[in-house]
Write a protein that binds this ligand. Structure first.
Ligand code: FAD
Length: 85
């Protein structure tokens, strides 16, 4: 039983997961594409994301995923998981 089920691990889903984990809510993120990142994966260059000038969509999505997983590790006393299907 989870407190929150987040459908999709694009930027919105990953952000929601971080906030849910910080609130110590039992959280699961379900992604249908087998990889996190959402639509940003479809673009070569993202040129308007603060702090990441000229980053590729793939690099940005990997960075988002890593940061979400680090948050998950930090909050390991809470039960959370990712499911990429
Ligand atoms: C070609 C392209 C270029 C872009 N370039 C830029 C740019 O340069 N700068 C910028 O700021 N924005 C850009 N964007 C827009 C940016 O990608 C989106 O604003 C952003 O991805 C929206 O994030 P989101 O999390 O709301 O939704 P999404 O990115 O759409 O993520 C939704 C996620 O939910 C998953 N999902 C959907 N339905 C289900 C389901 N039933 N079950 C499980 N999982 C599900 C999807 O697989 C996806 O991973 C671009 C978009 C595209 C397509």
């Amino acid at each position: 039983m989870y407190d929150i089920i987040i459908i999709g691990s694009g930027p919105a889903g990953l952000s929601a997961a971080i906030y849910a984990q910080r609130a110590c809510l039992d959280t699961i993120v379900i992604e249908k594409n087998g990889i996190s990142g959402g639509q940003v994966l479809n673009t070569w260059e993202v040129d308007n994301y603060p702090g990441f000038p000229g980053v590729t969509g793939f690099e940005l999505s990997r960075s988002m995923q890593t940061s979400s997983e680090q948050e998950l590790y930090r909050m390991r006393s809470c039960r959370s998981s990712f499911q990429e299907m």
